[in-house]
Ligand binder design. Structure first.
Ligand code: ZN
Length: 169
C-alpha cells in the first residue's frame, strides 16, 4: 500500500458508497494508519488507490474511522493552513466551516450523527472532499497564498491543476 499523488486519476473519482462494513475493510483502514504518520492527521481511501467512501484521522485522541460520511450541516467559516499527503510540500490557507454535523457509519457499521468543531471539523471536511474527488488545492482562492517547497515532487502537477482551474473561471 502506498500513497498516490496529485495527477493520479483515482484522486479525482467520486468514491463508491460502502455497502457493508466488513472486517477486511476495518483492517485495511487500520493499516492505513502507518502511512499517515508522522506528518499526516488524516488519510482517505482514494489516497491509497481504493475508491471507496471511508477515511481515517487522528487529531491526537486516537484513530477514528469514518465510513459513508454525509455533512448534514455547516456553520461558521475560518481560514487555516492545510497540506495533504497526496500533495507533498504544498501548503495554503483554506476556508472551511468551523462547525459541522456529520452522519456516518462507525467501525461497527452503526450509523452515528455527531457535531465537530474547529480543527477536527477542518480535518473531516478535507478528508470528505477526497471522497468527492476534490483536493484542497481546488479550494485555493488566491494562488499567491500557496507555499510550495522547492523540491516538492508534485510542483508540476500542482501547476497544471491551478492552471486548468484558472482557465475554467
Ligand atoms: Zn488530503
Amino acid at each position: 500500500m502506498k500513497i498516490v499523488m496529485i495527477g493520479n486519476p483515482v484522486l479525482r473519482k467520486k468514491a463508491r458508497t460502502v455497502h457493508k462494513v466488513t472486517s477486511e475493510l476495518v483492517e485495511f483502514a487500520d493499516s492505513m494508519e502507518a502511512l499517515m504518520h508522522p506528518t499526516g492527521v488524516g488519510l482517505a481511501a482514494p489516497q491509497v488507490g481504493r475508491s471507496e467512501a471511508f477515511f481515517i484521522y487522528d487529531v491526537g485522541d486516537g484513530l477514528r474511522l469514518v465510513i459513508n460520511p454525509q455533512i448534514l450541516e455547516r456553520k461558521g467559516a475560518a481560514s487555516g493552513e492545510e497540506g495533504c499527503l497526496s500533495v507533498p510540500g504544498v501548503w495554503a490557507p483554506i476556508e472551511r466551516a468551523t462547525e459541522i454535523t456529520l452522519s456516518f457509519l462507525d467501525r461497527s457499521g452503526h450509523r452515528r450523527v455527531r457535531k465537530y468543531a474547529d480543527f477536527e471539523a477542518r480535518v473531516i471536511q478535507h478528508e470528505y472532499d477526497h471522497l468527492q474527488g476534490v483536493l484542497f488545492v481546488d479550494r485555493i482562492t488566491d494562488a499567491a497564498t500557496i507555499s510550495v517547497q522547492e523540491d516538492s515532487p508534485v510542483a508540476e502537477a500542482l501547476a497544471q491543476t491551478v492552471e486548468t482551474r484558472e482557465r475554467q473561471l
